[in-house]
Write a protein of this length. Structure first.
Length: 131
């Protein structure tokens, strides 16, 4: 009964993946990497473009990202929420306006969706904001 259904579902997923109808990540995701890109120089009171890349790997040996649209990503500056955006082709873009000069630690988190695991940045991205 239940075992037969699990085997049938696994065989169907494998067949659809083999035929290229479903990507491996749609069946399950091994790991999701989150990376932040920010300009080296920025000034207080001026909008800073921040891109957050979301790369989901289908298996332990995968080297190719499975980019999924519509993943919810939240950006934090010094542990305070800046904004939430949705990915398009694996990237969520933000405009962050730091209020004052100083050092900031940027992190991001992405929610789980359709077999893709939730994740946060492995380490914070530091940025120094000038006056």
């Amino acid at each position: 009964g239940a075992l037969v259904k699990k085997i049938a579902a696994a065989l169907l997923a494998a067949l659809l993946t083999l035929l290229g109808i479903v990507s491996p990540a749609q069946a399950a995701s091994y790991k999701t990497n989150v990376t932040i890109s920010v300009p080296k120089f920025a000034a207080a009171g001026i909008a800073v473009p921040v891109d957050v890349s979301v790369c989901s790997l289908a298996t332990r040996s995968s080297t190719t990202c499975e980019f999924m649209a519509n993943r919810s990503v939240t950006l934090f500056a010094n542990k305070k929420k800046v904004a939430t955006a949705t990915t398009s082709y694996g990237v969520a873009s933000f405009l962050w306006t730091p209020a004052s000069a100083g050092k900031y630690s940027l992190t991001a988190s992405v929610t789980a969706a359709s077999g893709f695991k939730a994740a946060t940045t492995a380490s914070a991205t530091s940025v120094t904001i000038s006056k």
